[in-house]
Design a protein around this ligand. Structure first.
Ligand code: IVH
Length: 680
């Protein structure tokens, strides 16, 4: 059968369009067509290919996922070795690096121009393009020999199967890092934990594990990214002399380049860059472990050459490690507000992620089993950003003979009530309820916290003392405390006691949403409390609502509805509410209050990683101004606030597709200031 020219042309055109739109979406983060249009083109391609299977080529967007798993990875030799980097940990080492370069180039006092690049914490890869088509993807391996992971890299959407345009070298080897964004990593581990499966230690291990899969369909299911940072073999055409311009070229050809890359006029600017990026580290959407500083002129790079495995023209400035080894001294069991028993690791203090850590969470009973951890073990602690430190693995080879098993308690360590779990749930809970002193203390702390009743000056330690001394049993007792009783407490004086009494008085005027949140009903967070308040308008309506009525509230499903109804059915809940009201706690009716707020009637979506504000704070402040904050973008959305990492942000893309206004974190802060929700 002869294939008509027009079929071939049609197919070619579809492939090109799809490759281009894929690039606009995943690399430039600036799609020009809606998803539906992309899907339509994709379907047209699949249909054409189904009718003419002999025309299917490897650069077709339909061919990202191969079918048959491999039995082993083939070996690949890197013709241009993939080098490693020397490390620097201090400013002085960067100055020494600069001096060595000047000496070697005989450029006494001249400024050397550098390119500063985030050091991505992932897996180094080499991608070989022949005539613009991806031919092979390989791991770095030992720098000379790596593994052929072509099938796997093809599944990564930000890797072009075919270069954009026609202006590229015949042979081009692009190098870069494959990594897993923090959010994808957290979601992957969360799912694994729920399914009782093994979790990954960090995003780098998750990326490595996802990439080294003989079945590429598994790789495809993990959200990996690739960022290009240099070239290896280049034949048939010269690239620009400046490394920074090579990156620009790679970007035009279809690769993701870190938006953080900057040219520095001299080493002082590099030092400045390292400081700034260090401050930004936690707010980035992916893990970095430092900065790679490279002489920007490739001519000078060639002149400088390399020693053993590392180039003389580049250095890695390393940030403080986010993982360290230490010893597990003991495991204690904390009882939370809802009775959840959480094992907490007591550690030999260790400096990690910029602070000294002596406690880390062990999550739950399953986690202890999964880790196989014993007291006395050497463990790896990870502390990334403001996330609570975690025990991520155990160095079993270093287990001392004296190591002891961790015994999960079957009765509450505080009140002695049985500890039980709901089948299928990983959490074990103390069944003591408010009989349990730990639960009572936590309930009082929660009640007085900033987002709840906001009782200024009633700290955790003071709550514990007050309960320990029997002065309060429940939150209602707070309002009958006397100045003299408070003044007698540790680290309290007459003045602070008077201030606390005044704060208790001030807290009585509140909002229904805050009050509902403060009650500490299971699964009722701030957002749900607000939704309930806005829906029902007053407390009495919520008290009498049945589960069905509760489920009418946006974001309230059967589980939450059950907990809410159960709470208000209990006589002691109602007693508590009545005594709090008798103590003078009151709030205005919701409708009246909400309609007057500046953002009343507006729906916002908040997404991405935030830097200065926390995302939770942004959400709360918007809600306090009357806005509804929704979880997904729809035609009803008025504005999407996008933090960092917009390049992969589906909500941002959706907003663009629907023509909905977007706003950066900086713009939001400005708006919040203008509306008086944030201080100048
Ligand atoms: S340049 C000769 N740039 O760091 C220079 N490397 O120790 C070669 N890495 O395994 C590397 N981010 O995978 C360069 N922006 C970046 C990088 C980077 C991460 C990794 C790379 C290599 C290791 C070098």
């Amino acid at each position: 059968m002869t294939i008509s020219v027009s079929v071939q042309e049609n197919l070619e055109k579809l492939k090109q369009q799809l490759n281009y739109h894929n690039y606009r979406y995943y690399v430039l983060d600036d799609p020009t067509i809606p998803d539906a249009e992309y899907d339509r083109l994709f379907k047209a391609l699949q249909e054409l290919e189904a009718a003419h299977p002999e025309l299917i080529s490897s650069d077709s967007p339909s061919q990202r996922i191969g079918e048959a798993p491999l039995s082993a990875f083939a070996q690949v030799t890197h013709e241009v070795a993939m080098l490693s980097l020397d490390n620097a940990f201090e400013q002085q080492q960067l100055l020494d690096f600069n001096r060595r370069i000047r000496d070697r180039l005989k450029l006494a006092d001249a400024d050397i121009e550098y390119a500063c690049d985030p050091k991505l914490d992932g897996i180094a890869v080499s991608l070989l393009y022949r005539d613009g088509i991806l031919e092979r993807g390989a791991t770095r391996g030992d720098g000379t020999t790596g593994e052929d992971i072509t099938q796997n890299v093809r599944t990564i959407a930000s890797i072009p199967l075919r270069l954009i345009g026609t202006d590229f070298p015949e042979l081009l080897e692009v190098r870069g890092e494959i990594y897993m964004p923090k959010q994808s990593f957290n979601e992957l581990n969360e799912r694994a934990r729920e399914a009782g499966q093994k979790t990954f230690v960090n995003p780098r291990n998750a990326a490595a594990g996802s990439l080294r899969q003989l079945d590429a369909r598994i790789t495809a299911s993990r959200k990996l990214q690739m960022c290009a940072y240099s070239v290896g073999r280049v034949e048939g055409r010269e690239l620009p002399d400046r490394h920074s311009e090579v990156l620009d070229t790679l970007h035009r050809l279809g690769f993701l380049i870190s938006p953080e890359v900057q040219v520095a006029a001299n080493i002082d600017d590099c030092i400045d860059y390292c400081r700034r990026l260090g401050e930004k580290r936690d707010s980035l959407a992916y893990d970095i472990d430092g900065v790679v500083i490279k002489v920007n002129s490739r001519r000078l790079q060639a002149e400088l050459g390399f020693v053993s495995r590392a180039p003389r023209w580049a250095i890695a400035y390393k940030f403080p490690a986010q993982e360290e080894l230490t010893t597990l001294l003991d495991v204690e069991f904390q009882v939370g507000r809802t009775g959840a028993v959480t094992p907490v690791a007591r550690l030999q203090p260790v400096f990690v992620g910029g602070v000294t850590v002596s406690n880390a969470t062990l999550h739950n009973r399953d986690e202890i089993e999964r880790l196989g951890v014993m007291i006395g073990d050497t463990v790896i602690i990870r502390r990334a950003g403001d996330v609570i430190p975690q025990v991520v693995s155990v160095v079993k080879g270093r287990r001392p003979p004296s190591a002891q098993a961790v015994v999960f308690p079957s009765s509450c360590p505080v009140c002695g009530s049985p500890v039980e779990n709901t089948p299928g749930e990983a959490v074990y809970r103390c069944t003591g309820g408010l009989v349990c002193e730990a639960q009572r203390k936590e309930a009082i702390k929660h009640f007085s916290s900033r987002k709840a009743m906001d009782i200024d000056g009633l700290g955790d330690k003071l709550v514990e003392q007050l309960v320990d001394q029997g002065l309060i049993h429940s939150v209602a007792d707070l309002f009958s405390l006397q100045t003299s009783q408070l003044a007698a407490m540790e680290r309290m004086g007459q003045k602070s006691a008077e201030n606390l009494i005044a704060a208790l008085e001030a807290s009585k005027q509140t909002t229904l949403a805050r009050f509902l949140f403060a009650l500490g009903i299971r699964e009722v967070g701030e957002a749900t409390a607000r939704a309930l308040a806005n829906h029902f308008g007053n407390l009495e309506a919520i008290i009498v609502a049945d589960e069905e009525a509760l489920q009418q509230v946006a974001d309230v499903g059967p589980v939450v509805a059950h907990y809410v109804a159960e709470f208000f059915h209990q006589p002691h809940s109602l007693e508590l509410i009545r005594s709090l009201q008798a103590a003078g706690i009151h709030w205005p009716d919701v409708e009246v209050a909400a309609a007057e707020l500046p953002l009343a009637g507006k729906t916002y979506v908040v997404t991405g990683a935030f830097g200065e504000l926390k995302r939770s704070d942004a959400t709360r402040l918007l809600q306090e101004l009357g806005a509804k904050v929704a979880g997904s973008v729809s035609t009803k959305t008025d504005c999407v606030v996008v933090g960092g990492g917009a390049e992969t942000n589906s909500k941002f893309l959706k907003a663009q597709e629907l023509g909905i206004a977007t706003m950066t974190e900086v713009e939001l802060i400005e708006q919040l200031r203008q509306l008086g929700a944030l201080d100048e």
